[in-house]
Design a protein around this ligand. Structure first.
Ligand SMILES: [Mg+2]
Length: 337
């Protein structure tokens, strides 16, 4: 790999956006005009741990690396700003694949108004992408945090759950040496269009930046993005807020195609939707008298809030999941704190 040539080609594929940037790629360091509150998060994806090049295109990987980092900004209610990407690239990976990866990142950056303002390329035994993002808000008080939830707050979630988890089950069906009957059951579980949608949900998650800003402005008391799965992330929000959470599994917004894939894989749809990660929807806690404003804010941002539970006093960080009958449900593979 000729690192200098590759870096020059990457720089040629990037565009600058917005008035904040004074210098970006090509300088020793990026220079950005700062005002208000800077919100920074970093995420790393490693081949074989977070993705496989056998089931993800290079562009998918670039998209996903940036999307997961931007999702953390969405969860704060910040607008996307600058992106700094460090690529560790195996020698045998063609330069064109690396440029496709950068193009996947740049396409999402463009759509979200972010600028890839700097980074680094090194040789390594495994493909690894570290993405640091900086978002901006007028004021720290304009942001939403995990720790503001109070007993009596309603829990709401944007969009639909379980799509990424069902997509992963389909991908593993494509990839793994599954018994033939199981593979066929998965292959015929959903029509082609739905199948493509679920695979995209896993390969190309969408950070809910607009919804995050709108919900923070609507006065949610706490917010988190769903990277580890609803049950786990609700526990994070509740724990940081010093309260417990109750989630009614029957209220989860699950797409019909997710139920079909879950059944083919011998899983309970609501259990899959509550435990599978990578949906990158937003979970919010809202005081009851702000619930209507929060719903309207989500709709204004092109999504929908589904109310599925509430916060209460009690053991900090505990999440009680209840079934249709109102009785507690234990998720397999999910441990209460
Ligand atoms: Mg997060």
């Amino acid at each position: 790999m000729n690192e200098h040539r590759l870096i020059a080609r990457i720089e040629g594929a990037l565009e600058q956006r917005g008035e904040r940037i004074v210098r970006s790629v090509g300088e020793d360091a990026a220079v950005v005009r700062a005002s208000g509150a800077a919100v920074t998060s970093i995420d790393t994806l490693v081949e074989g741990v977070h993705f496989k090049l056998s089931t993800h295109s290079a562009a998918d990987v670039g998209h996903k690396a940036l999307a997961t980092a931007l999702s953390d900004l969405a969860a704060m209610g910040a607008g996307a700003g600058e992106v700094y990407a460090s690529l560790a690239v195996p020698g045998e990976l063609a330069e064109e694949r690396v440029l496709e990866l950068v193009a996947g990142m740049e396409e999402l950056a463009k759509r979200t108004g972010a600028t890839i303002a700097g980074g680094d390329v090194v040789s390594a035994p495994t493909l690894m992408i570290s993405v640091a993002v900086t978002g901006w808000a007028s004021d720290p008080q304009a942001l939403a945090y995990r720790d503001g939830g109070r007993p009596g707050d309603l829990l709401g979630v944007t969009g639909e759950l379980g799509g990424a988890g069902a997509g992963l089950i389909l991908l593993e069906g494509l990839d793994a040496a599954l018994p033939r009957a199981e593979r066929e059951a998965l292959e015929t579980a959903v029509p082609e269009g739905e199948r493509a949608r679920l695979l995209a949900r896993h390969r190309r998650p969408e950070p809910r930046l607009e919804a995050g800003r709108a919900l923070a402005a609507a006065g949610v008391t706490a917010m988190i993005d769903l990277s580890d799965g609803l049950a786990t992330d609700a526990g994070h929000l509740a724990g940081r807020s010093g309260v417990s959470a109750r989630v009614r599994l029957a209220e989860l917004p699950i797409a019909p195609a997710v139920a079909a894939v879950a059944s083919a894989a011998g899983r309970e749809p609501a259990e899959l939707a509550a435990s599978a990660g990578d949906d990158y929807e937003l979970l919010v806690a809202v005081a009851p008298d702000r619930a209507e404003a929060a719903s309207a804010a989500a709709e204004g941002a092109g999504t929908r809030l589904t109310w599925l539970g509430e916060l209460s006093g009690g053991e900090e960080g505990r999440v009680e999941l209840t079934g249709r009958d109102g009785l507690p449900v234990e998720l397999s593979g999910y441990a209460h704190r």
